[in-house]
Ligand binder design. Structure first.
Ligand code: PGA
Length: 253
């Protein structure tokens, strides 16, 4: 069965010393959870610090974004190689704030995903519809297009290192979570699409996380859904007790 995967996206929060302290604290608290994957995504400047603090532990450390070239004249950007040299083993790609606040389109997100995998990083591909798209009945069309564009042209090896995070834009940072049934509907559709694109083995093995106002009090119900394999947690990942509780979600019956 799929190994559950709980990840904390720290976004633009925490100074270096705060990041080190929280990474150290979480690495210790979560060390006994051998049946699931756990990761944190600090800011770029705290990445090496957090990776040091978690070194030799179960907790993985990843980056929130990358630029899809190995090196060169890309002022302000970071390549997969540079991120790996700072201790990242995984990277977020196409987070909704990158798509909707910063303006990344599907084509750029696809380049980033391919580049990350090609450079040996694992990746979490984030997808999700806006409120307007949901209300227009376009959720599956939008999410389907995002998934298809990003996965197009990937072989089985790299595909097996992709995690998808379904994060409805209207649920991120709003306290408004998708119900477990709403999440399940979209997760099942994503898995169906991956099955079409890449076959049964990849589809059955692919982890699909839910993200958008995941909290200690709703994680168990979300994780009980058959196609919800994990969570990508923003706000609630900045506080050790809350994130630990989410990481210790009650496993499916
Ligand atoms: P949130 O963020 O948990 O604060 O809603 C989730 C995310 O953006 O990954």
């Amino acid at each position: 069965m799929r190994r559950p995967f709980i990840a904390g996206n720290w976004k633009m929060n925490l100074t270096r010393s705060q990041a080190r302290d929280l990474a150290e604290d979480l690495a210790g608290r979560l060390e006994d959870l051998g049946d699931r994957d756990l990761a944190i995504f600090p800011t770029f400047v705290s990445l090496a610090e957090a990776a040091d603090a978690a070194s030799g532990r179960r907790l993985m450390v990843g980056a929130q974004d990358l630029w899809p070239e190995a090196n060169g004249a890309f002022t302000g950007e970071l390549s997969a190689e540079i991120l790996a040299s700072a201790g990242a083993s995984i990277v977020l790609v196409g987070h909704s704030e990158r798509r909707h606040v910063i303006g990344e389109d599907d084509a750029l997100v696809a380049r980033k995903l391919h580049r990350a995998l090609g450079a040996g990083l694992d990746a979490i591909l984030c997808v999700g519809e806006t409120l307007e798209e949901r209300e227009a009945g376009r959720t599956l069309e939008v999410v389907g297009r995002q998934v298809r564009t990003a996965l197009d042209g990937l072989d089985a090896g790299p595909l097996a290192r992709v995690v998808i995070a379904y994060e409805p834009v209207w649920a991120i940072g709003t306290g408004r979570t998708a119900t477990p049934d709403m999440a399940q509907e979209v997760h099942a559709a994503i898995r169906g699409l991956v099955r079409e694109i890449a076959g049964d083995e990849i589809a059955d093995g692919m982890r699909i996380q839910y993200g958008g106002s995941v909290k200690p009090d709703n994680v168990d119900a979300l994780m009980a859904m058959p196609d919800v394999d994990g969570a990508l947690v923003g706000g609630a990942s900045l506080e050790a007790d809350g994130f630990e509780r989410i990481a210790r979600f009650e496993a499916k019956a």
